[in-house]
Design a protein around this ligand. Structure first.
Ligand SMILES: [Zn+2]
Length: 279
């Protein structure tokens, strides 16, 4: 037997590197790969490019309201289907699908709590639920929160994340919510307590054209898409090319539609300062 025989090789097939699902997220803006834990610790803001990811309604509340002080109103309010709407999917199917996906009953969460020890009423829309669109439930929850704030002279904060505007599945019933929420805010205004509107990516259409657009102070997160109609429809209507960055927070600040752009990590402290100043 030769001392140095032909070496024997074993072929080792390397398994494709397995990355468990749910550990990493790719940034939608800079395509950076982010460790989910880091992303959560950074309030779901990309540490590389500052892209503000969508936050769910309860996550948002936990970033703004002092721990264990949030009291939710009307948690189980659910939509009916007044038009018996049928499309590629029925309204009932859409509702149950998004209820399952988000754990919410509808696209808004409303209640009261302490913000830096100051009592406030707060409502948040969640863009993951039928694009955060406003149907009867969103409108009613927000209106009740405002009415409660009016009665108790509490500042009102509404954080909007609504790409969908008024919810077409409910036809006129959804359009009525625009007037209803704004009427409630008009009464709230008579009490001389502030209403602060916070716009997040995206805030569009019937939501922007109602309660989100009428804050005493209007704050937006950086680079949020904010507007009424999409740019393509506007270009077709006015037959003009729109400027770059149109409908982003920075453009709208420069043109006076909003008052401040605040990074998510400073949002609570900015709201707290505003409440001191306006209260
Ligand atoms: Zn990024």
């Amino acid at each position: 037997m030769a001392l140095f025989g032909k070496p024997k090789y074993t072929i080792v097939r390397l398994k494709k590197r397995e990355i468990p699902d749910g550990l990493w997220t790719k940034c939608e803006e800079c395509s950076g790969v982010l460790y989910n834990k880091t992303l959560e610790e950074n309030l779901r803001v990309c540490p590389k490019c500052n892209y503000h990811f969508v936050l769910g309604a309860y996550e948002r509340i936990s970033t703004l309201i002092d721990k264990d002080t949030f009291l939710e109103y009307d948690k189980d309010m659910q939509s009916v289907d007044p038009l018996d709407f049928e499309g590629p999917k029925t309204y009932k199917q859409k509702l149950s699908q998004d209820q399952e996906a988000t754990g919410l009953k509808d696209a808004a969460v409303a209640g009261e709590g302490l913000l830096d020890n100051k009592k406030v009423a707060i409502a948040v829309t969640d863009s993951r639920f039928i694009m955060g669109s406003m149907g009867s439930v969103v409108g009613e929850k927000i209106t009740r929160a405002i009415e409660n704030a009016t009665q108790n002279k509490l500042p009102m904060i509404i954080v909007s994340g609504s790409g969908g505007g008024a919810r077409m599945y409910e036809g006129m019933f959804s359009l009525m919510q625009m007037a209803k929420t704004c009427a409630a805010l008009a009464y709230h205004h008579l009490q001389k307590v502030p209403y602060i509107s916070v716009l997040t990516d995206p805030t569009m259409a019937g939501v922007m054209a109602s309660f989100a657009g009428v804050g005493d102070v209007i704050i937006a997160e950086p680079r949020a898409l904010i507007g009424f109609t999409g740019p393509r429809v506007i270009e077709q209507t006015i037959r003009q090319k729109l400027p770059a960055g149109f409908q982003r927070s920075e453009f709208l600040l420069e043109h006076g539609l909003i008052d401040m752009i605040v990074h998510r990590k400073n949002l609570k402290s900015s709201l707290s300062q505003l409440l001191d100043y306006l209260g």
